[in-house]
Design a protein around this ligand. Sequence first.
Ligand code: AMP
Ligand code: MG
Length: 364
Amino acid sequence: METQTLATNTARRLTAAVKAAAGALADGQPVALPTETVYGLAADALRPDAVVHIYEAKERPLFDPLIVHLPSRDWLDRVANIPDGSRAIVEALMARFWPGPLTLVLPRRSIVPDIVTSGLETVAVRMSAHPVFRAVIEHFGLPLAAPSANRFGRISPTTVEHVQSELEGRIPLIVDGGPTEHGVESTILKIEGGELQMLRAGPVTPEDLGGVFHALCEARNYRPTETEVAYFFERLGVSFSAMLRGESSVSVEAPGQLASHYAPQTPLRLIAPGVSVLIYDQENEVPARLGSLAFQEPSTAAEFVCEEILSPAGDLREAAATLFAKMRRLDEAGLDMILAEQVPERGLGIAIMDRLRKAAAQHV
Ligand code: AMP
Ligand code: MG
């Protein structure tokens, strides 16, 4: 299959690309589109014969459910069956974070095919803020199933070149929207009985969600006790007391995700900043070819043949935005091992550490 890549960097190209993408989607074809998190591989979410192409192109196992992107807010109640007890929190989260990088897991309605939810009784929904994605989905007019546009088990694509190297020859169309803004996948929140559980850390941080919790209490003239606040964060998988002390705040691993999800092919090991490491190639007894993925300053842990720094300014947003591109570059450098330095585990650092741990788990 020949894969066409369409640019969107002029008004005329954007119009042509949107039309071509909506046409291919209406034909039941899969199309790679930019979102504000990573590139997605989209297909008509209501047509199993269209959605099956996503699983085929990605070689994704059928037990891994897809996220459904909505064309507008009024689609939410058509795909999800929101219990009364969850309504207020859903409305508050939508008002604050949609369109944006937040996915909500809610009870589904039967309009959503089994192949999208892997037979689960819940559906994951999101509304993208990316102008190109929005133009396409508004033109198309129906929900799109769109997981990340990489082959299963590999690093999510944050540039059009990544998508091409993952899916060239497997899908008919890729729409180029430039590098993505956030660079890590959306935050996934499960809402059950009015309570939130963070299934995946992402650009919307526990601190951001805490802001919504406090605003909801304030709107009801209610002052939550410290125990209630602590319970809220613990449900998110974040230790409230550690957060108050300004320490690493993740108390549990986000559940519901395969451990080896964001993996480079090169073994990756996590190291604490400031330590020295000496690793030998066991067969040839020579120092291994090491690559470094450091946070702010060049790593002094070992001799490196290849180095990447996530953010010289120490900005976690910048670090997240370039994480996957730098991991990919190191992965393609023919190294024996990548040593990745831990980043501060607060705000977006929680999502970055989650992805680094998963990359490291692949090779244990
Ligand atoms: P991706 O878009 O490639 O990051 O993959 C979507 C991810 O969303 C899946 O791997 C699941 O972990 C998660 N997901 C989708 N639907 C559900 C659901 N109904 N319940 C829990 N997690 C879900
Ligand atoms: Mg993915």
